[in-house]
Design a protein around this ligand. Sequence first.
Ligand code: ZN
Length: 641
Amino acid sequence: MMDNLISSVRSAIKEVFGDGWEVTKIDFEGPFVVLYTKNMELVANQPELIKMLAMKIHRRVVIRPDPEIMMPEDDAKELIYSKVPKSAEITDIYFFKDDGEVVIEAKNPLEVRGENDKLINEIKKNIGWLPVLHRTPPLKSKIVDDINALLRLVREERKKFLNDVAKRISRPRLSEEGEGMKRERILRLTALGGYQEVGRSAHLLMSNESKVLIECGYDVGNGALPYLNMPELLPIDSLDAVIITHAHIDHSGILPVLFKYNYDGPVYCTPPTRDMMTLLMLDFIKVNQNEGGKPLYNSEHIRKMLKNCIAINYSETTDITPDMRLTFHNAGHILGSSITHIHYGDGEYNIVFTGDFKYEKTWLFNPATNKFPRVETLVMESTYGGYKDIQPSRADASSMLTSIIKRTMERKGHILIPVFAVGRSQETMLVFNDAIKNNEMEPIDVYLDGMIYEATALHANYPEYLNSNLKVEILKNNDNPFLKPYFKMVENSAMREKIINDESPSIVLATSGMLNGGPVMEYFRNWCSDEKNTLVFVGYQAENSMGRKIQRGISEYAYMDKNGEHKTIPVKMAIETCDGFSGHSDRNQLINYVAKMEPKPRMIILSHGDPHKSHELAVTLRNKFNIEVKTPSNLETVRLL
Ligand code: ZN
């Protein structure tokens, strides 16, 4: 089979380049075709021919140098330093001999590229190595360091894995085998979790050729897993691929369990989703252990998952099975979140999974993408689909937050904001940054406590995934709002204590977002009895959470101290709620997303919503757009083709 594939690639090369380009070796790595050559110059000068070749063979193409032409490492290093301007600020250069890659880590990678990639192509030509550019993380992040170290460690193992994936993707289609057999097309979607409920999202997309799981979430509130032990899904290694739309635990949290039960296939997600979900999973098992529970998986399973992650950027179309092709688009929900477009067959069917999405430009992201080449079915979240689910705009929410801060600062109080590590914390940071820049607010120390710092480092690390204004600010103007001196990480409990006892006003962003534990509790206990201080909610507070109780207004807070003694403190601090910072679309945004969608889908399937919210949205969408709208329950299957 591989021989056939190699000869078809060879003839495509001949069609595009004639006899003018010699390829010494052809390899397959997951969705990529790797071509080794002694003539890197030819392709460096004609990137459009490589694009043409990629189109012809329906694969992404990677060109690597034949080992014979690679300059000795020390000489290559010297040459790179001499050619690249100082302002690029190179921080590291290292080589991967087997792949012919040299990684250049720089603070300003755009300057290593040069205009229209001129400089990088010249370097490539001279050293005979393939330069790969990495941005030096602007904030030191342990998780990014750990992931990179691991990926370097498993590089060889990964090659074999990627080769196996390539074989699976290229296997002959079943329906093409056998003589005289009618070519039948079947495509079905099974709801395995997160339908008519929020939590444990999991969708199984099955054709007569292949089987793909989209999302693998955990319902933290109810401790529930998706229905993974269904015959449709078993044996687990019959799955071709898993796709993760974004890093939240209710969409990705149970993925390592698949590896615990011997799944060894690929996981497709964006690079920030890979990093962010690793961060959240490690925290998930830590919290689980601290609470005396038995974690559902351990760090070894997370490592296996990382080894099998194939990270794909937005808009990079990739074959994932013999009959399915995947493209991610921005979802505007959290860093790296994706609207997932799957193309089935040869133009037969297209299905879009929104995951969680925001159809409004936020401080962090552009609005979710809703323009596609083709869409037959839209599988859409309906969290805020109910008749009453209307939220204030981002602008209103921001000015409300700024005025709360100002009032508290005037009376010399502290401001405490409970937040989840990912999303809302970075968004609030940007609101402060903007207010300070526009002189609407005095510069004030903003402390980040809990996992927020790591999550912020990830945002600073992936500016390409942020909205257009931030991209210009960070990449062109070199002005990264996350690196402002007034944002400070709380490094240890001594520092926390100092902040708590400081007389001058400060803002603290701390986890957990619903005051169910975490460092936020320490601040709350110490600040709640002083009416100068303010507690501001910017995120959703679940029923039964401590946050919801405080939000409703309690006069006393009862807790158990370190010695196991019951204590009560009066709650006198101001309690405020700023709606409008949600990462989900509200009802109007959900409806607008469909209204402005191009092309209009033939069918909409609603998931990720309480039953009455899904139904209320379904009624509206049906009436407004005259489209078939389904609200299946878990374990139901919808036949698409
Ligand atoms: Zn989410």
